[in-house]
Design a protein around this ligand. Structure first.
Ligand code: SER
Length: 317
């Protein structure tokens, strides 16, 4: 039987990269994209695209019954900084959206699904260096609280109903195809755009704020690998720690300076600093490495070289 894949939240930062990768592998008609964003010619040309608000259960049911997906990637969520501005809506979108998709997946016999968690599940009580898989988790953002609750639901749905859902805790993600929307780690993408355009960047986090980060190609590889891994290799049914690299804005700026002489960074700290200060600096992802063979390809220098090369072409072209 052909694998029929549904991506919910296909137009976001992860969805944009994931959908093109999956369409290359499985053929464009076997990957149904859906997002709250309006359908336009560009989206429809790329393959099947459906406008969907995950809070609309009826539309979700229609989508499942029409397309009968066997694999789902449910990526629609509100990120940390945006959810702090509207906590009720953040909770509703992240939690009710998840329930709706999980219930539809059960009802329509989906074979397996992916749901992303985040480093935001950790909090001030968590050990910040090399954060272990299991430790104190006391998130203090609505995004982090919804992700931690979501992880517990993943395990619960797997154990109680047999829904084969897999998950990783994404670090801050850095890619050139799409911009992130409303996260605390967004600076690490924006800095490249500004470096190419103006040779300077004003950062909203302090220079020594170290956070776990990952190049998008690695994140897409982890996402597809865990979703396609044999079920018995996925031993953690809440969510796996995942690591690529760790750096702070000062270190990132010096890595950029190796390519763009005279690049300047300055600082205007805002409320996102408080969120970043509650998150780990680095992550121990040994369980993902041992259980389903996770391995990152990009370190800081490789990521910076690739980002500058790709974005220079796009911005100049
Ligand atoms: N990148 C996300 C954020 O900053 C964390 O998962 O909200």
């Amino acid at each position: 039987m052909t694998t029929k894949i549904l991506i919910i939240g296909s137009e976001g930062q992860v969805g944009t990269d994931l959908s093109s990768r999956l369409r290359d592998t499985y053929g464009k008609n076997n990957v149904i994209c859906s997002d709250i964003r309006v359908a336009d010619e560009k989206k429809l040309d790329a393959g099947p695209y459906i406008e969907l608000n995950v809070l609309d259960k009826q539309r979700l049911a229609e989508l499942f019954s029409t397309h009968k997906p066997s694999v789902i990637y449910h990526l629609a969520a509100m990120l940390s900084a945006t959810a702090e501005k509207n906590p009720k809506l953040g909770w509703e979108l992240n939690m009710d959206g998840m329930f709706n998709v999980f219930d539809a997946a059960l009802e329509y016999n989906v074979q397996r699904m992916f749901w992303p968690s985040s480093i935001a599940v950790f909090g001030p009580g968590t050990p910040r260096e090399n954060t272990p898989q299991d430790c104190v988790m006391d998130p203090n953002t609505i995004y982090g609280i919804s992700k931690l609750a979501g992880e517990r639901y993943c395990e619960y749905y797997f154990k109680r109903y047999g829904l084969d859902v897999r998950s990783v805790r994404y670090p801050g993600l850095i890619g050139w195809k799409a911009l992130p929307g409303g996260g605390t780690t967004d600076y690490a993408v924006d800095i490249f755009h500004q470096a190419i355009k103006t040779n300077r960047y004003t950062c909203f986090l302090k220079g020594d704020t170290e956070l776990p980060m990952m190049y998008m190609d690695d994140a897409i590889k982890a996402t597809i690998d865990i979703t396609e891994a044999p079920s018995d290799e996925v031993k953690i049914r809440s969510s796996y720690n995942l690591a690529g690299m760790s750096f702070d804005p000062e270190l990132l700026a010096s890595a950029i300076r190796k390519h763009i002489a005279g690049f300047e960074i300055s600082y205007e700290i805002d409320q996102r600093q408080k969120i970043a200060d509650s998150w780990p600096k680095s992550i121990d992802d040994s369980r993902a490495r041992a259980d389903w063979g996770w391995k990152n390809d990009y370190d800081l220098d490789a990521m910076v070289a690739e980002m500058l090369m790709r974005l220079s072409g796009m911005i100049a072209g």
